[in-house]
Design a protein around this ligand. Sequence first.
Ligand code: PEP
Length: 249
Amino acid sequence: SATRRPLVAGNWKMNGFKGAIAEFRAVVAAVAGGGAGHAEVLVCPPATLLAAFAAEPRGAVGVGAQDCHANPSGAHTGDLSAEMLKDAGASAIIVGHSERRADHAETDAVVHAKAVAVRRAGLTAIVCVGETRAEREAGHTLDVVGRQLAGSVPDGATAANTVVAYEPVWAIGTGLTPTPADVAEVHAMIRDRLVARFGAEGQGIRILYGGSVKPDNAAELMAVAEVDGALVGGASLKATDFMAIAGVY
Ligand code: PEP
């Protein structure tokens, strides 16, 4: 919609050493040159690189994190709080990515608690939802995504503190994508639920599509109704590919 600024977010996952700052700098340069049009651009590197990226002269390019703990501090060895990630320079944190849900058995309740933590820190939660292949084949996509949405997004969500990412699990890292009609169906359901629950704020919450977004399919996917941008995994690791996607805006 004209009132929602598109967001193109890159999720680097567990990839990248110090030298990868060159790719980040290339993104910053491309955005400075107008390469993302009117879209907002966010890069979520591994936490080890977050502070270094944040310290770069980066114009309007945001840096984000890929996960956080629900608590602000304490005896949680190896974890990072939303407040710590904010301190390192993050403006947004991905929560409930399917790889977290699968690798760490994160439930909707856990994701909900993390989204509350992100808001407590004053950052934007990018809340991920999406069905598995088996769930889609069984015809349960809308039920599953609706349940994840209801369980993962806290009360009081606003356009500023919440972004929803629809990421079909079977499309992540596989090169497979839903048809535009399938994306439209899920995004329309998500929009309806957000508006029913949050009113006008629900109208402003951005809904990203994620799952094998590439330069070749970005224009078609980003043109779907209620798609307000992309969450990009593999293709975000190369600045040229990432910016070719952002360049659809
Ligand atoms: C993701 O990890 O959020 C993602 C969408 O990955 P990919 O683009 O590689 O499918």
